[in-house]
Write a protein that binds this ligand. Structure first.
Ligand code: PLP
Length: 363
């Protein structure tokens, strides 16, 4: 008798390999592998989370009404047009489930966030990565990749793992030249970190068009990655479709409570952003100083390029000092390492280690 067989598209799915979080034998670990917040979450969010521990028998509010209300207020938008998810990862998947299937195509820039490819394949649709320029999304290339079968275009802005962004004028040009029946999903996971004056979040296009949504997360600047909390905003018809697909209690009560408290503590967000902006200058300058090629980044991480073939040694050297960076071979970038910006002390140690590695290589 044959045994149960998963659908063919399941077994061919690439597996998302998260950043390493453990190192055997290291007394202290500096974890710079998952773009987590350097300063951690707001203490107010932690207190709200603790409070929920007293009533774990209670189900969450199924539609996360209070959290949506708080997000709506913070962003000046209608809470009815917001959906919350177990991380924005879940919302990426729901978007694919709602709008794409076998025979359909989903376009995104090459080196785009890996969940676009995984979620697209999981619904039986075909991922179509478009060429990029200088590791940066190229609107003309995205438009050229569109066919009759295209249903969704994903754009992370800024992108992970490259750290590059495109200005509002380019995002608007993309939307204006996409067919109306193509959903544009703007993934703004790092929006709060961006300082570039020509950058805009996806909120405006998601407010003013009938075919654009924007996705946000509490995992990055809000420092709540452990709780799995993200949200999406867009036209009522599109958000309504995603609402039908989500499971009834997809966002836990601790996550909802911590999210509301974190939103209320914008002073903490500001500290996080200011730390990142200051650290970014220091890190880029030092990396370039030790001979590594690295582009400006607009997230909370950098992506230095190492001499060809040097990444495995560099990674091992960092690990020998308890430092975890992120290999990006899975993205097709075997000569780069993604390094999250940590605290001052963590970055001092990491930059010194990289300088030592590079000078040893030259010797
Ligand atoms: C981290 C990240 C996300 C998702 O994070 P969640 O923890 O699932 O909310 C989405 N998009 C990009 C580009 C990211 O880097």
């Amino acid at each position: 008798m044959p045994l149960p067989q998963p659908k063919p598209q399941v077994m061919s799915l690439p597996i998302y390999v998260p950043g390493k979080s453990v190192l055997q034998g290291a007394s202290r670990i500096i974890k710079l592998s998952s773009n987590e917040a350097a300063l951690g979450p707001s203490p107010k969010a932690v207190a709200a989370y603790d409070e929920i521990a007293r009533s774990l028998e209670r189900y969450p509010e199924g539609d996360a009404a209070d959290l949506r209300e708080a997000i709506g207020k913070a962003n000046g938008v209608d809470p009815e047009r917001i959906i919350c998810g177990a991380g924005s990862d879940e919302l990426i998947l729901l978007t694919c489930r709602a709008f794409a299937g076998p025979g359909d195509e989903v376009v995104y820039p090459r080196y785009g966030f890996l969940m676009y490819e995984i979620s697209t394949k999981s619904v039986g649709a075909t991922p179509v990565p478009a060429p990029v320029r200088d590791l940066t999304a190229d609107v003309d290339a995205l438009l050229a990749a569109v066919t009759d079968k295209t249903r969704i275009v994903f754009l992370a802005n800024p992108n992970n793992p490259t750290g590059t962004y495109i200005p509002a004028s380019e995002v608007n040009r993309l939307r204006a030249n996409l067919r109306d029946d193509i959903l544009l999903a703007l993934d703004d996971a790092y929006a709060e970190y961006v300082e570039a004056p020509d950058y805009e979040t996806g909120m405006k296009l998601a407010s003013t068009t009938e075919n654009t949504i924007t996705l946000r997360t509490f995992s990055k600047i809000y420092g709540l990655a452990a709780l799995r909390l993200g949200w999406g905003f867009g036209p009522a018809a599109i958000i309504g479709a995603l609402q039908r697909l989500r499971s009834p209690f997809n966002v836990s009560r601790p996550a909802q409570a911590a999210g509301i408290a974190a939103l209320a503590d914008q002073a903490h967000v500001k500290r996080q952003r200011e730390h990142n902006t200051r650290m970014m200058k220091v890190v880029l300058q030092r990396l370039r100083g030790i001979g590594l090629n690295v582009q400006d980044s607009h997230g909370n991480f950098v992506l230095p390029e190492f001499p060809a073939g040097a990444v495995p040694d560099a990674d091992a050297f960092l690990q020998s000092k308890g430092i975890l960076a992120r290999r990006v071979d899975g993205y097709g970038l075997p000569n780069h390492l993604r390094i999250t910006l940590g605290t001052d002390e963590e970055m001092q140690i990491t930059l010194d280690a990289l300088a030592e590695f590079m000078s040893k290589r030259r010797a």
